[in-house]
Design a protein around this ligand. Structure first.
Ligand code: NAP
Length: 286
């Protein structure tokens, strides 16, 4: 199988590198072309100047772009150019509705679609340790499983189209709560005059330990918020989660608080920082 990768952002670069290492990567496309040219050289694969050329040439098309509108734009172009039987795998985080729209659009041309959002951060993408939550036809998943395994430590089939994105929404709400808890607890720790590197190390080994504390705690306490996962992207995800909750008459306080905090960070010019920048707001509690 010959795969093409669309979107060489913080996540896409690691994904493409692992596909290349496993011998699956035919070529890459990125909206900002120079990134694709540079990475195509590094990964010894083709650089496609357009999505259409990539889609016509590859029988598996991966994408990892920012938001719903971007996925739909890219899918539109794939649909025009890809051959029937092509499999499109979207690893972006978007809404269930977008996944369904993309699948329906592609089905018009007998092109299969899987929604396959991921968890594990840029480290997971780089080290092939992503956890993938997949929606769509399980038989299609089985066909591309070897390619997904080149990028992931775990692949879970969740059900029909949109189930992967619905599972990821659960993950994003949990991530909001973890960010609130970790940033608030670390500010509290600092006020106690503790050696915070030691605090993070010992707590990481106990019942309150978690991925975010381990990977973002050490930089957070040094006021370093390089992404990682951008505030603006998590804000986009939580807006999707809020819409899904509203459809079920649910109001989620942690989600609302985090959305408000992220809006404040974005208004202050920190939307492109890592979500651990929430620590900036907690510092105002001192
Ligand atoms: P990123 O670094 O901002 O990269 C976004 C990529 O999408 C770039 O390559 C960008 O191209 C491309 N893109 C955006 N709009 C496009 C469009 N309309 N047409 C074509 N290409 C477009 O974002 P990221 O962190 O890699 O995240 C990508 C997706 O994965 C998002 O949905 C995010 O929620 C999800 N995700 C992120 C993480 C994380 O830790 N970062 C973890 C799990 C899931 P340019 O280079 O031209 O801007």
């Amino acid at each position: 199988m010959q795969a093409g990768m669309i979107g060489l952002g913080a996540m896409g670069v690691g994904m493409a590198s692992n596909l290349a290492q496993a011998g699956f990567l035919q070529g890459v496309y990125n909206r900002t072309q120079h990134k694709a040219e540079t990475w195509a050289q590094t990964l010894a694969c083709r650089h496609y100047a357009t999505i259409s050329e990539l889609a016509a040439d590859c029988n598996v098309v991966f994408l990892c772009v920012s938001a719903d509108v971007d996925v739909l734009e890219v899918v539109e172009q794939i649909q025009q150019a890809a051959k029937p039987g092509t499999i499109v795998v979207d690893m972006s985080t978007v809404s269930v509705d977008t996944a369904r729209q993309a699948a329906a659009k592609l089905a018009e041309k007998q092109i299969a679609f899987l929604d396959a959002p991921v968890s594990g951060g840029v480290e997971g993408a780089k080290n092939a340790k992503l956890v993938m939550m997949v929606g769509g036809d399980e038989a299609v998943l089985d066909k591309v499983r070897p390619l997904l395994m080149a990028m992931s430590q775990r692949i879970a089939y969740m059900g029909p189209t949109g189930s992967g994105q619905a599972t990821k929404a659960v993950n994003q709400i949990m991530a909001a709560g973890i960010n609130q808890a970790v940033s608030e607890a670390l500010i509290f720790g600092q006020t106690q005059g503790l050696d915070m590197d030691k605090v993070i190390d010992v707590i990481s080994g106990g019942a309150a330990g978690n991925w975010f504390l381990q990977h973002r705690g050490p930089t957070m306490i040094k006021n370093s918020f390089k992404p990682g996962f951008k505030v603006a992207l998590h804000h986009k995800d939580l807006t999707i989660c809020r819409q899904m909750a509203e459809q079920k008459q649910l109001t989620l306080p942690l989600l609302e608080k985090t959305l408000q905090d992220y809006q404040d960070l974005i208004a202050q010019g920190f939307g492109e920082e890592d979500i651990s920048a929430l620590y900036r707001l907690k510092k105002n509690l001192e």
